[in-house]
Design a binder for this molecule. Structure first.
Ligand SMILES: C[S@@+](CC[C@H](N)C(=O)[O-])C[C@H]1O[C@@H](n2cnc3c(N)ncnc32)[C@H](O)[C@@H]1O
Length: 227
């Protein structure tokens, strides 16, 4: 477990599923699920890597997809499993790390990693492992989709105060409700570098509107309609 994974787990243990759910809105979530349904082939087997409390995994299961959720936060997984049981949805939720996916190679049509789950990995080595893993579990012709906040330039004050630190000042030392929740500020340069290190040759980096805000995407696999 990397330092950043321990920080992330501690953050979500304190924030909880309700605290995380309070940071989104049903209409944004519905737009995101609708966008995914447009991208996903009918009956696709989908991995939601960093699934949280199942914000996206549960509606995808309801829409008929075969969904696996993976997360390293036990409280969030508990919430996802309880919601799946209550709604009698067949989605499965497993505890694990983005850097070591407990699935066979080539077992998913799509692997999604949304709402900055990937960006909580702060170490470039761990990021490379995660990209390699997301690519490994895709079937031929499948695609991976990583989504997070677009890059913003650090100010001199942010660097001086340590609000931006780490490699190329890309670590955003952010807080949510007083709890430490750092993120890595990726852009096309950092994502291309990671794909190269991970040996992933087919990928695209692009920005698009997603649930009402502009977001940065890495799509692994063949070129798709999202770009
Ligand atoms: C902001 S939440 C987003 C949850 C979900 N993707 C969504 O769109 O609702 C970030 C999630 O990523 C998970 N996460 C962060 N780093 C992870 C890692 N290295 N391995 C597994 N899960 C991770 C956290 O536990 C948390 O559930």
């Amino acid at each position: 477990v990397s330092d950043s994974e321990a920080t992330s787990r501690a953050f979500y243990a304190r924030l909880g599923a309700d605290g995380l759910a309070g940071r989104t809105r049903p209409e944004w979530d519905a737009q995101i699920v609708a966008a995914l349904v447009e991208l996903l082939p009918a009956t696709a087997r989908v991995l939601d890597a960093g699934c949280g409390y199942g914000r996206v995994a549960l509606p995808l299961a309801r829409a008929g997809y075969d969904v696996e959720g993976l997360d390293h936060s036990e409280p969030l997984l508990d919430a996802a499993r309880r919601a799946a049981d209550a709604a009698r949805l067949p989605a499965r939720f497993t505890r694990g790390s983005l850097t070591r996916l407990p699935y066979e190679s080539g077992s998913f049509d799509a692997a999604i990693c949304l709402w900055s789950s990937f960006h909580e990995l702060l170490e470039p080595d761990a990021q490379t492992h995660a990209i390699r893993e997301l690519s490994r579990v895709l079937r031929p012709g499948g695609f991976g989709l990583i989504e997070g906040a677009p890059y913003d330039e650090p100010s001199e004050n942010e660097i001086a105060t340590g609000a931006r630190r780490g490699p190329e000042n890309r670590v955003v030392w952010g807080h949510v409700e007083g709890l430490l929740n750092p993120h890595f500020a990726h852009d096309e340069t950092s994502l291309c570098r990671l794909c190269e290190a991970a040996g992933v040759e087919r990928f695209q980096v692009f920005e698009r509107d997603w649930g009402g805000r502009q977001r940065l995407f890495l799509r692994i696999g063949e070129r798709g309609p999202a770009a």
